[in-house]
Design a protein around this ligand. Structure first.
Ligand code: SF4
Ligand code: SF4
Length: 295
């Protein structure tokens, strides 16, 4: 199973939930940080990194001596990453999406594949939990191609270990966030019970609902704010699987880079219960989910 842990906005506690679930998961778990612009799952799981590799994207390299200034490449590029200024060819590698179309259409063989570094994919082990993360290079703006590299490694590691995968997704509903939840078997939305939280939670729910995957919510910092998120969930039949209280012990564990599920016996039980409900929901076993919920 691949579980996507998402949120409509940053700072809701998505990574706290990801790390805690991985720590109590019954069976082999692979924790994956797909929030490649700002990965921080490793700050909680403290993995031992066993390997790392750079990820690259193919971009065109122009040979001016061969270019006939026909303009075919600049016409086909949808991203204005290659242009003719008079008869001078200019490339903007940082705007290139690596589609390869310009290389295909150049009739003069003036373009050859070069590569741009996107960032790094690294992996390892945090106790019994497998670990994988991507980290975007500083200054790089395009995260989906790096996310594809992380997912490639993720498929390999999952096939080798047979582990269930817990994916810490980028926040929001932009391209990287949608990209991250695609391919998952279930989406868990983490939110906080405030009007801001509700606004972004609703956007995330609306963006991901058309994917027709099992979806559920976790309310973090319960006790703050109002009842808007709960009312929204009731209206949309979105089960709330857990409420993490807004209390000093949880905040202290978080601020010290500890896994919240390990902060107290009560928290551990709460996350074990959450894991059990997720497994039931993901397998479509509604009755078992109810039992797990009321156990
Ligand atoms: S590879 Fe695609 S995006 Fe990049 S410059 Fe060529 S046509 Fe444009
Ligand atoms: S398609 Fe090739 S020959 Fe034509 S402008 Fe582009 S690089 Fe030059």
């Amino acid at each position: 199973m691949i579980l996507a842990i998402a949120s409509g906005k940053g700072g809701t506690g998505k990574t706290t939930v990801s790390a805690s679930l991985a720590s109590v998961w019954p069976g082999p778990a692979l924790a994956v940080d797909l929030d490649v612009e700002e990965p921080n799952l490793h700050l909680f799981l403290h993995p031992e990194i066993a390997g790392a590799e750079k990820a690259y994207m193919e971009v065109p390299l122009a040979d001016e001596s061969k270019c006939t200034a026909c303009g075919a490449c600049s016409e086909i590029c949808q991203f204005k990453a290659i242009s003719l200024l008079g008869d001078v060819l200019i490339t903007f590698p940082e705007m290139c999406h690596g589609c390869g179309a310009c290389l295909e259409v150049c009739p003069a063989g003036a373009l050859t594949p070069d590569r741009r570094e996107l960032g790094e994919v690294s992996w390892g082990q945090a106790g019994k939990i497998g670990f994988l993360m991507g980290k975007l290079r500083v200054g790089e703006a395009m995260s989906p191609p790096l996310m594809r590299s992380v997912r490639g490694k993720m498929a390999q590691m999952q096939a080798q270990s047979g582990a269930d995968v817990i994916v810490d997704c980028p926040p929001g509903v932009s391209c990287p966030a949608v990209n991250a939840v695609m391919g998952s078997d279930m989406i868990l939305l983490v939110t906080e019970p405030t009007p801001f939280g509700l606004y972004d939670f609703r956007l995330a729910h609306q963006a991901f609902a058309p994917m027709n995957k099992p979806m559920a919510a976790v309310i973090n910092r319960a006790g703050l704010g109002d009842d808007g998120v709960r009312q929204y969930c009731r209206r949309h039949n979105l089960p709330i699987l857990a409420e993490i209280p807004f209390d000093r012990q949880v905040a202290q564990a978080y601020s010290q880079g500890q896994v919240v599920a390990q902060a107290s016996p009560a928290m551990k039980v709460a996350f074990e219960d959450l894991a059990a409900q997720i497994r039931c929901l993901a397998s479509g076993d509604a009755e078992a989910e109810k039992e797990a919920h009321h156990a």
